[in-house]
Design a protein around this ligand. Structure first.
Ligand code: ADP
Length: 240
């Protein structure tokens, strides 16, 4: 379970996250929606332990910067950063060693196959296309079998086959009981499988919905998103 409690993050004077709180339960796919600049990547980076912030974040009850929390957390960043001088297979080995994984090779093979990297095992990080970098980033993030998974704009740069595979993988992980948080500005990309959503506008959460709630009220997520963002823009005098 992921629990974000009262997180505020400033870059100098700019408030990028203003008192953000939400939870993602095991077996739930939660989507962080919002226009560019709303603060989605910032909160994801705070959860991943990459930024200092005010407030508390717990991963399965452990503070996010603890070793126990990190063991349970998988983070697939918006910008993949493979190691230039490691091959695709060495990335898998590196993660396996960093997490002291046992019996990981079959899983690594399977992940590389799913994302069509199995014939590129000997390619170096700096020889990979943007899409391949994104795929190795997904494989690295998933190899330790994290219980809480963060995906920041995961479909950007992927080909349709990889998008299909990633969606399948995310749904499998939900079935295994993982808590999954996906940040995106592309509503279509998550329409088939989201369970809950927090809509971010101008550094805060402007609305929360569950799929059941929306289906019950006859609302449409995309219409709702535009309405919320436009209302917030009007309140802020035309600015995001
Ligand atoms: P989103 O992911 O929703 O597009 P971000 O979290 O990337 O939004 O950005 C939120 C706000 O914080 C934006 O105004 C952005 O310009 C600002 N911002 C993001 N990263 C930095 C940084 N490293 N330094 C200063 N400002 C930043």
């Amino acid at each position: 379970m992921l629990s974000v409690r009262g997180v505020t993050k400033k870059y100098g004077k700019l408030i990028a996250n203003d008192d953000i709180s939400f939870e993602v339960n095991p077996g739930e796919i939660s989507v962080l929606l919002g226009p560019n600049g709303a603060g989605k990547s910032t909160i994801i980076k705070c959860i991943a332990g990459l930024l200092k912030f005010k407030g508390k974040i717990f991963i399965n009850g452990n503070e996010n910067k603890s070793l126990l929390a990190k063991r349970d957390l998988g983070y697939i960043p918006e910008m993949p950063v493979p190691y230039d001088m490691l091959t695709v297979w060495e990335h898998m080995e590196f993660i396996a060693r960093a997490y002291s994984l046992e019996n990981w090779k079959e899983r690594a093979e399977d992940l590389l196959k799913r994302f069509e990297l199995d014939d590129k095992k000997k390619k170096l990080g700096n020889e990979l296309s943007k899409g391949m970098q994104q795929k190795i980033s997904i494989c690295c993030g998933m190899l330790p079998e994290p219980k809480v998974i963060l995906l920041d704009e995961p479909m950007v740069g992927l080909d349709p086959f990889a998008i299909k595979e990633l969606k399948k993988l995310v749904v499998e992980k939900r079935k295994e009981g993982c808590a999954i948080l996906i940040s995106t500005h592309m509503i279509d990309s998550v329409a088939e499988f989201w369970d809950t959503t927090n809509i971010m506008v101008a550094s805060g959460i402007a609305a929360r919905r569950t799929r059941k709630g929306i289906e019950g009220s006859g609302e449409n997520l995309e219409d709702l998103f535009f309405q919320i963002v436009n209302d917030a823009k009007k309140e802020n005098g035309g600015e995001e």
